[in-house]
Design a protein around this ligand. Structure first.
Ligand code: ADP
Ligand code: MG
Length: 487
């Protein structure tokens, strides 16, 4: 298993791979846009060189980065590797999750390529007075912290994420209009802000307006009251890109909808970018005029579902990174196990825990976590992580012994660093069982299998899930083990 092998590399080998990566990046930078390199390759690195197969393995933090990089850099990356390493070698792309948290195989590309991370332009830099007036007139956004690079993309939101990114990078030409919908607390506003931030930074002379639908209603009501409708419409004429958040709030507001319909038609005829978010799909927008609804349905509609466990952990970790804080990963695991459908609530939980930590000057305990879940109305039953699975007569140690016997290996071999295939497989299955049937946290699992780390456990679980889909022997063995666990 590559991931296990990487763990075993000595310092020299890591340095070698790191240096090779640096050379490849520098080579690439002679032909490719530096910002693009930083965006796509910051969390990609060379993780192995296979001399027999003549292959250089490049690892990516996730599938999304892998497939996009492949699309964008495939040919040039291969050429760069052939130029700086060996013309006969080919490139192999694989997902290597540990890169998402940084690694000593990576060095900072911002620094290497001498690019300054784009800083928020303060008001004094915003040039035109019209622009100033308009941004003041409409909703003004000052929070630059919602960006694409701190939005965690997972399989179910990749489409929405790439559509948003495409629009942000190429407004007026990519998808216009764009309709983003999904449940509350799953990042609509975050994505809208990210689009806004990016467009405005790349097009400082354009007028990009973000308006929550409620604010739009206010504007229109006020304009009607003061007989200033034509002034308001004129202001919209100067807007180049309009983002309306939470369009569902236009429900019942007949007059606003009518005016919005006009604005919207005007935008479309002038090919100006419109992006709308909603907490439900167009057809479920009851109380929105049918003619608007039908129009929305014709747009590019991007939806997502809730993130999976690993993504929830990744989101929590990315939030901690932003706040420059840390919380024991085992405790984060408990949070992510219980809060499954709402990222905002994940963040609330994190904030509650961090506040508690600050106030008590103590590390957060498991009790704190359960208390916090209760505060957020999650009915979490506190289980002692070391007690046996409640469904099983057999505790985890017994299962480890039984599985070791089954494969004729010893328990100490299972817990050792041995790389023999049958031992690695058995160990990975056990990690999977520990997680799935004994609800052990990742940290407890890696501590149990001494010498492994967090990433190795995530990889093991992922790998077993994969094998269970295709490998008949593993399916057969796992069936038996499940029976033991549930006895
Ligand atoms: P919505 O508008 O869909 O109700 P928000 O965009 O306000 O949700 O998201 C709620 C919180 O969750 C925000 O703090 C946001 O940063 C965070 N969040 C949501 N999705 C993600 C994600 N994929 N990656 C990182 N943070 C996220
Ligand atoms: Mg929102």
């Amino acid at each position: 298993m590559l991931i296990d092998i990487v763990d075993q590399y000595d310092h020299e080998k890591k340095e070698y791979l790191k240096e090779l990566r640096t050379k490849v990046i520098l080579q690439l930078s002679t032909q490719q846009d530096h910002k693009k390199i930083v965006t796509f390759l910051s969390k990609a690195g060379i993780i192995n060189i296979e001399d027999l197969e003549k292959k250089v393995y490049i690892g990516f933090a996730n599938d999304f980065m892998l497939s996009n990089t492949k699309k964008i850099f495939n040919k040039t990356l291969k050429e760069a590797i052939q130029t700086v390493y060996n013309p006969q070698y080919n490139v192999e792309y694989i997902v290597y999750p540990p890169f998402s948290n940084g690694s000593d195989l990576l060095i900072d590309l911002w620094e290497l390529l001498n690019i300054k991370p784009t800083k928020w332009k303060d008001d004094s830099q915003i040039p035109s007075s019209i622009k100033n007036e308009l941004t003041n007139y409409f909703w003004k956004l000052l929070d630059p912290s919602f960006r694409f690079d701190n939005f965690v993309a997972w399989s179910n939101n990749q489409f929405a994420f790439s559509a948003a990114k495409a629009v942000a990078e190429n407004p007026w030409n990519a998808y216009n209009p764009l309709f983003i919908y999904w449940n509350v607390g799953l990042g609509k506003t975050h994505l809208m802000y990210a689009i806004w931030n990016e467009i405005i930074q790349n097009n400082p002379d354009k007028v990009i307006i973000y308006l929550p639908a409620t604010k739009l209603v206010d504007e229109i009501v006020q304009a009607l009251q003061h007989n200033k409708m034509s002034t308001l419409m004129r202001k919209f004429e100067d807007v180049d890109t309009l983002l309306i958040d939470d369009i569902q709030f236009l429900a019942w507001k007949d007059k606003t909808q009518e005016i919005f319909h006009n604005i919207f038609n005007d935008f479309q005829s002038k090919k100006k970018q419109i992006i709308i978010s909603s907490d439900r799909p167009p057809k479920e927008l009851t109380q929105i005029e049918p003619r608007l609804k039908t129009r929305f349905a014709l747009w590019l509609v991007a939806d997502i579902q809730a993130p999976d466990y690993e993504t929830r952990i990744a989101i929590l970790q990315s939030k901690l990174e932003i706040k420059q804080e840390s919380i024991d990963s085992e405790l984060l695991g408990i949070v992510a196990q219980h809060i499954t459908t709402n990222v905002r609530e994940l963040e609330w939980a994190l904030n509650i825990l961090l506040t508690r930590k600050k106030l008590s000057w103590n590390e957060i305990s498991e009790d704190d976590v359960y208390l916090c879940l209760k505060t957020l109305w999650y009915s979490a039953i506190q289980t002692n992580l070391y007690t046996p699975n409640w469904r099983s007569q057999n505790n985890f140690d017994t299962i480890v012994e039984m599985i070791a016997n089954y494969y004729s290996i010893s328990v100490s071999e299972l817990k050792s660093d041995s790389r023999k295939k049958e031992i690695t497989t058995a160990r990975q299955i056990l990690m999977y069982i520990a997680k799935k049937h004994f609800k052990r946290t990742l940290e407890k699992i890696w501590m149990y299998f001494w010498g492994k780390n967090h990433a190795a456990v995530i990889y093991a679980i992922w790998n077993v899930e994969k094998m269970l889909k295709s490998d008949k022997d593993i399916q057969h063995d796992y069936q038996i083990f499940t029976e033991w666990v549930e006895q």
